[in-house]
Design a protein around this ligand. Structure first.
Ligand code: EPZ
Length: 419
């Protein structure tokens, strides 16, 4: 398994330069799923070259699709969907495989997938997905760890989500796209990737409206055409590296980043003392590398503070002057990285979904383990600030969502290698 090694001298390097922000993992995954709606060619530009995307493309191929990657351009075509089943080996690799259900049912009217099960950050139930499918007339047998769906007799419905689930919203949009009539999704998630999925389905010839608000309407379409779209920038990757600048000091411009998608983080980083100039096409952040504690941070649904930036922000809190209270409201076990941070000298108290970090002047390098994607990113940020050498085991977790972080950070002046 890959490792990342971060070797600072006794003074962490300030970060200086420009970053072209990679395409969004959570934007690309539903687009690959939605590409299965059509038998025509789809082109995704700015598609990040990361493990989760590669796994999703393998799932797409296992259903009968063909794809070709040329740099950040991915061409996909599924002339025939010759399978409606996602193998448990593939479903296990990637939780987001469950996002494929809606598209498969739209096209093949039946689907089978192994229960994706929990992952590193929590139980990750899919009850909201299945409840909505049943309300649309999908017959579901979920037993023996398998979910078998029959969508031969579905109809549009008015869905009221108990929680604005991103995945459930996306899955329902894709099933509704191929279901006669107009389906309404109330209490829908409002993340930018929901808007991107709406734009993509419409580019294919579908008819979706309201994405970005809490009510999304989808009018069923018989057949879909081809489309070429640009995957939006990854706001979580941009936010992760912005936190690195607030921790280590320096000045970095994030090209392609839309500050409007990161308002909650920007407000907290300004409170920590960073200077930020956020536009729609770029974000500039400068810092003296002496962050102040911000009091408290609570994760919430978009546009609230993103749960995916909770761990990276914890690394900042560990080196800020003062104490920070972090409340993780979305996932139940997203504090695993804190035990690893204490190996580097962080002062942490955790009770249930509340963590209190009291900044210590310096962290010291250590051998630590990435337990999940964003927790691994947090350890990388801590290593940038720590005195001495940090070795991060289980680097594969980080590679799921961050494209060549060792190259991005080294280009900014840090010393990061992957072995
Ligand atoms: C998406 O996960 C993202 N993944 C996650 O990013 C992100 O953290 C999450 O949205 C919240 O923003 C992708 O887009 C591939 P949810 P998803 O359904 O769709 C509960 C990362 O690090 N829930 O909005 O799984 C659930 O347990 C990943 O990039 C149910 O109870 O998130 C959680 O508490 C991690 N029943 C809450 O809703 C359901 O049927 C939010 O989940 C579905 C969800």
């Amino acid at each position: 398994m890959s490792k990342y090694i971060i070797a600072n001298g006794d003074k962490p390097a300030a970060l200086k330069g420009k970053v072209k922000v990679q395409g969004s993992k959570n934007g690309a995954l539903p687009l690959i799923a939605a590409a299965a709606l059509t038998d025509r060619e789809v082109v995704l530009n700015n598609c990040p070259d990361i493990l989760d995307v590669e796994n999703m493309l393998r799932i797409y191929a296992s259903l009968g699709g063909n794809y070709e990657r040329r740099g950040h351009e991915v061409r996909l075509k599924m002339e025939y969907m010759n399978s409606h089943e996602i193998a448990s080996s593939l479903a296990g690799e990637l939780r987001s495989s469950v996002f494929m259900l809606g598209a498969i049912l739209s096209r093949a009217k039946k689907a089978a997938v192994a229960y994706p099960g929990g992952c590193d950050i929590g139980l990750r139930p899919i009850d909201l997905h299945l409840k909505a499918f049943r309300e649309m007339g999908v017959r579901i047998r979920d037993r023996y760890g398998y979910i078998q769906c029959d969508a031969s007799n579905t109809s549009a419905a008015e869905i009221d989500l108990d929680y604005p689930s991103v995945g459930a919203t996306e899955n329902i949009m894709m099933l509704a796209a191929g279901t006669k009539g107009t389906t309404t999704i109330k209490n829908a998630a409002g993340e930018p990737e929901i808007i991107a999925l709406q734009e993509f389905i419409n580019a294919l010839g579908g008819s979706v409206s309201g994405a970005g608000s809490s009510v999304v309407r989808v009018k069923g379409t018989e057949d879909f055409g081809s489309a070429t779209v640009d995957v939006d920038f990854d706001r979580i990757v941009a936010g992760t590296y912005m936190i690195a600048v607030a921790m280590c000091g320096g000045e970095v411009i994030f090209e392609g980043a839309d500050g409007g998608q990161l308002t909650a983080l920007i407000s907290k980083l300004k409170a920590a003392g960073a200077e930020i100039d956020a536009g729609q096409k770029a974000i500039k952040i400068a810092s003296d590398g002496l962050p102040r504690a911000v009091g408290s941070v609570e994760t919430g649904a978009y546009p609230g503070f993103p749960t995916d930036l909770q761990a990276p922000f914890g690394a900042l809190a560990a080196v800020s002057s003062g104490s920070t209270v972090i409340v993780e409201n979305i996932f139940e076990t997203r504090f695993k990285y804190l035990a690893e941070l204490t190996k580097m000298g962080a002062s942490v108290k955790v009770k249930d979904r509340v963590a209190v970090l009291t900044g210590t002047g310096r962290l010291t390098g250590a051998s630590v383990k990435a337990m999940d994607l964003r927790g691994g990113a947090a350890l990388m940020l801590a290593g940038l600030k720590a005195e001495g050498v940090t070795v991060i085991e289980n680097g594969r977790h980080i590679m799921r969502g961050y494209e060549a972080p060792e190259e991005v950070l080294s280009a900014l002046g840090a010393s990061v290698t992957k072995v």
